[in-house]
Design a protein around this ligand. Structure first.
Ligand SMILES: Cc1cc2nc3c(=O)[nH]c(=O)nc-3n(C[C@H](O)[C@H](O)[C@H](O)COP(=O)(O)O)c2cc1C
Length: 366
């Protein structure tokens, strides 16, 4: 089955992309993922001066299910790429030469200076990459240099920086937004005013993964200390789905959305498509399960489309958005369906009559 989709003029062989991070950290891993069947990749974020980027070890922390041990949440305090720009430029050229039909998106980040953003844009564009993703969203480390989410939290900066990039770029520009903000629509709309053709959401959520009760040290612990980091993996998916749906309902129709956050299989990915994403990106899932997870992603999407009678991925995009409403409207709809008694029969007074866990189960939909 044809899983391709055209987004901002780019043809993706399928909607599954590696998210920016370790899965796209050099040309070798990128090529491996294309060979495995991924439709595209957003490379690890790069900047002009990699010497300023110094990572720490350890830099990851896991939240596990108390019963199965499965990883459900993941924190990182990793920075952007520490590899020199010249090496990256050479690798971008090489990847595009070897894989012309796979989409390669360069993620870029710089300090708040027009000259620096435009220099980086020009250099990277010359390599033949297909699009840019502006990193307005890394929530730790780079923020101490006023980069990443320090920009994404301020709509005026998002608009200005995006316009600097679009002024010199002749390929599509996506802006990757931070969830560490009250209303993700505001900086996203600002980036669109600056010329962004697409929005990627979400980057990681600021978090502290836990505290070691023996040493009393918060984790991940580096020489006894830590900083809050970015939270990803399954646990963030409902928040990402909410933000993606808000964007899909609130942005101009022609702005594309690349959905990100906690995707581990085709079921999760389809949810993002249904809520308005035309591509999806996966980072932590690939780190935990490997690039081969693409097989299940493709098979699962194909099966879903066959079962539900969809002829193209584009037809799936946004299909569930029409089912969002207001609370008042839900009450009206229950009345119209003559089910208002169900609501009245479960008023708050009732909670004492049954065990609280039983009552919770009774009111839960899945
Ligand atoms: C270890 C790690 C490194 C990351 N590095 C970057 C980065 O360089 N640039 C970027 O835009 N996002 C980066 N991210 C964020 C991911 O691309 C993604 O937005 C986020 O983790 C949520 O998706 P996921 O649950 O599929 O990982 C990183 C995430 C992780 C876990």
């Amino acid at each position: 089955m044809d899983l391709s989709i055209v987004v901002n003029g780019m043809t993706f062989p399928n909607p599954f992309l590696l998210g920016s991070g370790p899965p796209g950290t050099n040309a070798h891993v990128n090529a491996k993922s294309y060979d495995a069947g991924w439709g595209g990749a957003v490379a690890k974020t790069i900047s002009l001066e990699s010497a300023k980027v110094v990572n720490v070890v350890p830099r990851y922390g896991k939240l596990r299910s108390k019963t199965s041990g499965e990883v459900i949440g993941f924190e990182n305090i990793e920075l952007i790429s520490d590899r020199p720009i010249d090496v990256w430029l050479e690798e971008f050229r090489q990847i595009k030469k070897e894989y012309p039909k796979h989409m390669l998106i360069a993620s870029i980040m710089e300090e708040y200076e027009k000259g620096r953003w435009q220099e980086l844009t020009r250099m990277v564009q010359d390599t033949g990459v297909d699009a840019f993703e502006l990193n307005f969203s890394c929530p730790h480390g780079m923020t101490e240099r006023k980069m990443g989410s320090e920009m994404g939290e301020h709509p005026d900066l998002c608009e200005q920086v995006t316009s600097w990039v679009t002024e010199v770029s002749n390929i599509p520009v996506w802006a990757k937004m931070t969830p560490n903000i009250t209303n993700i629509k505001e900086p996203s709309l600002a980036a669109v005013r600056g010329g962004a053709a697409g929005i990627s959401a979400i980057n990681t959520i600021l978090s502290v993964i836990g505290v070691d009760l023996n040493t009393l040290r918060p984790m991940p612990t580096v020489e006894g200390h830590t900083v809050p980091g970015g939270y990803s993996s399954q646990a963030v998916r409902p928040i990402a789905l909410r933000m993606v749906s808000q964007l899909a309902l609130g942005l101009p129709q022609d702005v594309s959305i690349s959905g990100i956050g906690g995707i581990e299989n085709s079921h999760d990915a389809i949810e993002f498509l249904l809520l308005g994403s035309s591509t999806v990106q996966i980072c932590t899932g690939v780190m935990l399960h490997g690039v081969k997870m693409i097989d299940e992603l493709k098979e699962g999407l194909e099966k879903f489309m066959t079962d539900k009678g969809f002829n193209s991925v584009q037809e799936v995009v946004g299909k569930s958005l029409g089912y969002f409403s207001t609370h008042m409207d839900l009450v009206q709809k229950m009345k119209a369906a003559k089910r208002s008694k169900a609501g009245e029969a479960s008023r708050d007074n009732e909670w004492g009559q049954k065990d609280i866990t039983e009552k919770t189960a009774e009111l839960t939909s899945n």
